[in-house]
Design a protein around this ligand. Sequence first.
Ligand SMILES: [Zn+2]
Ligand SMILES: [Zn+2]
Length: 242
Amino acid sequence: MSEPEPVPTSGPDDYRDRVFERIPASYRPWLHLASTVTLGGAAVALGAWRLRAPSLVELLAVPAMFVVSNGAEWWAHKELLHRRRRPLQELYDRHTPQHHRVFREDDMAVRAPKELKLVLLPAVGVLAVIAAAAPLSAFAGACLGQNVGWLVLMTSALYVVSYELTHMLYHLPADGVVGRSAIVRALRAHHARHHDPRLMQRWNFNVTIPLFDWLCGTIARPDEATRPRARRREREPCSTRS
Ligand SMILES: [Zn+2]
Ligand SMILES: [Zn+2]
């Protein structure tokens, strides 16, 4: 595979100001958030409506799909948001040169509600995730029963809502009631390290829970940013790079 495209390593405030100015005056961040959460919630509600007294064994589909979703999050962040691939180059363009250039490890919080446009998923992105899970849901439903199929769909929808809310939380001021809790502080620190331009292409790709970062050995060490590049390459068992 070819090397990823060079990414900007400096983010002057005038760039942030220009991005901010391009956000339409009509943009309403809370409507944006409501649209993504409602879409995910609607898929969960649809599944809950179709469920028929699932057994304990069928409910194992929830943790199983959580793990699959966590792996998909890790892979998509690493391979689609940090590598520019046709026809999904829009994902890269919104993420690496923009989201990462505006928000830095030591400057993670939005400065105005409108900047949430640079953090939240587009509603179509939530739909795409649910649509991507639909074939797996249908397959599980056909092989293991309808309840399992619906639980797979519900878990994937719930997961994408969790991604949306946790990522937003990391980019809100850290002194909020929820943001001050120990678990959120730990998860924010994990994501903030990913916002170090020296680390973002290789480390800390999970946003919700760093399960696959742990499984794949992509949790950045405290001194990772200052280690020689050759030695950083030693630890990447899940790397798809040749
Ligand atoms: Zn972020
Ligand atoms: Zn990233």
